[in-house]
Design a protein around this ligand. Structure first.
Ligand code: AMP
Length: 472
């Protein structure tokens, strides 16, 4: 089956052909005709399924007629993070090469209001926004949502995790009742179901799992380490140095400050590495991601919020420097590897009994145990503890890209993340190798999480990010 039967315009089909895509993915195949028929769509799909093109391609087709008016966008796409918003903008650029007159604007936190305001004034066909900044523009009277014909709510379950649902509800009430709504979520917790029942009108439900071909077998392993930060960094270095078939790797930390610390440490130890976390300003985040995408650096140290949903193809290794607090994040983290039919390796450093509990919750979620590595090669090739002067050095020098706090509006300062309930983990016996798609298909209700001391919540103001000393 080709793209030609979906009802897309000639301009769009030409752009798709230029990208080299031959066949629509299942979500594209099932959703695009309904979008073009102006139906509401409830898409249950994750990143990696081609869901972005499932709304971008029909939107481009529909926007070929009509014109935008000043301050009144014709369509609105809500994304939970700035990176995802930027990625959707890139899709409009890629698929909209033949739509010269189309105005696409990005309204995200951390960048100047004035530039965004100037864009809104010119008239916008497609407005891609994070919820807080959008509401700030609206309250300043610079943006009217009464002309929105089509609303896309993307990654809705992530919006829920980040505390955006009240904002989403407000926005849904600001756009016309008669609009078309496209709603995408990877999971359907009760709060999301309620939103879909309230704001979608007789939607077509399209549900796809990630195709097996995009996720090859991913070897999942655990590596024991001491609890001390320096010991964990030492373990990580040995894991990286002894890795087989390493092309590039993402290293996940739970806290923004640990991303910065680990980044500095790896640089000092001579690794080619960049960092990505929510305290970095937008240009630094974009630059870091670009360097990693272009293979100019081998390693990317990242936090969950900053890395969620990013389309980084072909990552050979994932390291969980910290066991994720949310078992669900484990699935997302390891989903960065084993893509496009390649093999991937995901290694999680386990340090102490709290980590062991979190691993049990993850194993319960993915429905299978994760084995420990027998021994890490190169033990101990270097001192277990980093020299004292390094620790002092780490405290003195902040990396440049973390220096400037993002510019925030009122709504960007009010949000609180959801605090899900606790579920006890289940102990299980290890066995080798798991497949990510199996984990995905078993995605359970929100697993164990408790609020943590300094999670990466780039949308949150500093006073909400101060330590609250509660540990999972
Ligand atoms: P998404 O789920 O939207 O993040 O898309 C994941 C990746 O799939 C992106 O790199 C897209 O460029 C790519 N993609 C989207 N549609 C297709 C298609 N029909 N054939 C091949 N690749 C695609």
């Amino acid at each position: 089956m080709s793209f030609s039967h979906l009802g897309l315009s000639e301009k769009v089909l030409a752009a798709v052909a230029a990208t080299g895509y031959k066949t629509p993915t299942p979500i594209q195949d099932q959703a695009i005709p309904h979008v073009l028929a102006r139906r509401d769509v409830l898409g249950i799909a994750q990143t990696g399924t081609g869901k972005t093109a499932a709304f971008v391609l029909p939107m481009l087709t529909m926007l070929e007629t009509g014109r935008a008016r000043a301050r009144m966008p014709r369509t609105l796409i809500l994304e939970p993070t700035r990176e995802l918003a930027a990625q959707v903008e890139e899709s409009f650029i890629k698929y909209g090469v033949n739509h010269n007159k189309l105005n696409v604007a990005l309204i995200i936190g951390g960048v100047s209001f004035d530039d965004q305001d100037a864009k809104l004034m010119r008239g916008v066909d497609v407005l891609i926004a994070t919820p807080g900044r959008l509401l700030d523009h609206n309250e300043r009277g610079r943006l009217l949502l009464s002309g929105v014909e089509l609303l896309v709510i993307d990654e809705a379950d992530r919006m829920l995790d980040m505390g955006f649902i009240p904002d989403i509800e407000r926005i849904c009430k600001l756009v016309p009742f008669t609009r078309q709504t496209l709603f995408f979520t990877a999971t359907m917790p009760p709060e999301i179901r309620r939103i879909t029942e309230q704001f979608l009108s007789n939607p077509v439900r399209v549900e796809v799992s990630k195709p097996a071909t995009t996720v090859a077998a991913t070897t999942q392993l655990l590596a024991r380490s001491g609890r001390d930060g320096a010991e964990k960094r030492d373990t990580l270095r040995r894991l990286i140095r002894s890795a087989e078939g390493m092309k590039n790797a993402i290293i996940f930390c739970n806290r923004k400050r640990d991303v910065a610390t680990l980044h500095r440490s790896l640089l000092r130890h001579g690794f080619s590495v960049q960092a990505l976390h929510g305290d970095m300003d937008q240009s630094a985040r974009t630059a870091a991601l670009e360097q990693f995408r272009k293979n100019e650096v081998t390693l990317l140290v990242a936090s969950d919020v900053a890395a969620r949903g990013l389309d980084i193809p072909d990552v050979s290794h994932i390291y969980n420097f910290d066991v994720p607090i949310h078992a669900d994040d484990y699935v997302h983290r390891i989903g960065r590897t084993g893509r496009a039919g390649r093999n991937g390796t995901a290694i999680t450093i386990v340090a102490g009994s709290n980590d062991a509990k979190a691993i049990a919750a993850i194993e319960k979620l993915i429905g299978q145990p994760i084995p420990f590595m027998d021994k890490i090669a190169g033990t101990p090739a270097e001192p277990q503890h980093e020299p004292r002067h390094e620790a002092r050095h780490e405290q003195r020098h902040e990396p440049r890209q973390t220096a400037r706090p993002p510019q925030r509006g009122r709504h960007e300062q009010q949000r609180r993340p959801r605090q899900p309930e606790h579920r006890p983990p289940s102990p299980q016996q290890p066995a080798p190798v798991a497949r990510i798609e199996e984990a995905r298909s078993r995605r359970a209700p929100q697993p164990v999480h408790k609020p943590m001391d300094d999670g990466d919540a780039s949308h949150l103001p500093a006073f909400l990010l101060r330590p609250v000393t509660v540990k999972a």
